[in-house]
Design a binder for this molecule. Structure first.
Ligand SMILES: CC(C)(COP(=O)(O)OP(=O)(O)OC[C@H]1O[C@@H](n2cnc3c(N)ncnc32)[C@H](O)[C@@H]1OP(=O)(O)O)[C@@H](O)C(=O)NCCC(=O)NCCS
Length: 161
């Protein structure tokens, strides 16, 4: 008989982490290199996904990553990751990035992205994860939007050769 899936809230797995932009993080323009931001986004999202799954996870898809504003050396970078949606073995994590001037406290939204992870069992095979119960209006909106993104990706794959 199959075991009943447990159910968790997005609050159970959310992650907030901070970094500071150092000179070795920058591009030739002297602002942060996008690959560094992508790495921090992937790390925060992976921690969130593995907290939800209670298993090791791997990234299988990154969608809609937007860079809206540059980040200067010395600024703080706040990365927030929360579970938006789950399938059977996969889950979508939404990540928001803000830059913060530590002297004025002024913050600017700079990046957002949606990452899909798969939880793996001891043999490296996809394994069933807990279900997700969105509770607040924001959590429900994120869940519905992520579901539309999954359906849109499936529909697009069918039309592409
Ligand atoms: C994770 C991995 C073992 C899954 O194998 P797979 O053959 O794709 O497994 P499945 O087809 O059974 O898919 C498992 C789940 O992932 C989802 N999935 C797989 N690839 C996906 C993709 N590119 N985008 C979105 N969802 C994806 C499936 O829809 C399924 O979801 P569900 O169980 O919630 O319904 C395999 O894709 C892998 O090893 N990928 C490399 C991961 C990695 O190394 N990442 C690090 C960066 S390179």
């Amino acid at each position: 008989m199959s075991k009943k899936r447990s159910i968790k809230s997005p609050k159970d797995s959310m992650i907030e982490m901070r970094e500071m932009v150092m000179p070795n993080h920058t591009n030739p323009q002297g602002t942060i290199f996008g690959g560094v931001v992508m790495s921090w986004v992937d790390i925060a999202a992976a921690m969130c996904a593995s907290r939800h799954a209670e298993k090791p996870v791997v990234t299988v898809h990154i969608a809609d990553i937007d860079f809206k504003a540059p980040i200067k050396v010395g600024n703080h970078v706040l990365i927030k990751a929360s579970l938006n949606y789950v399938g059977k073995t996969s889950m979508i994590v939404g990540v928001k990035v803000e830059s913060e001037n530590p002297y004025t406290g002024k913050s600017v939204k700079t990046t957002k992205a949606y990452l899909t992870f798969v939880a793996l069992d001891e043999d490296g095979q996809p394994t069933v994860i807990p279900d997700l119960k969105p509770e607040t209006q924001d959590e429900i909106r994120r869940y519905e939007n992520a579901k539309k993104r999954v359906e849109a990706k499936k529909a697009l794959s069918k039309t592409l050769k």
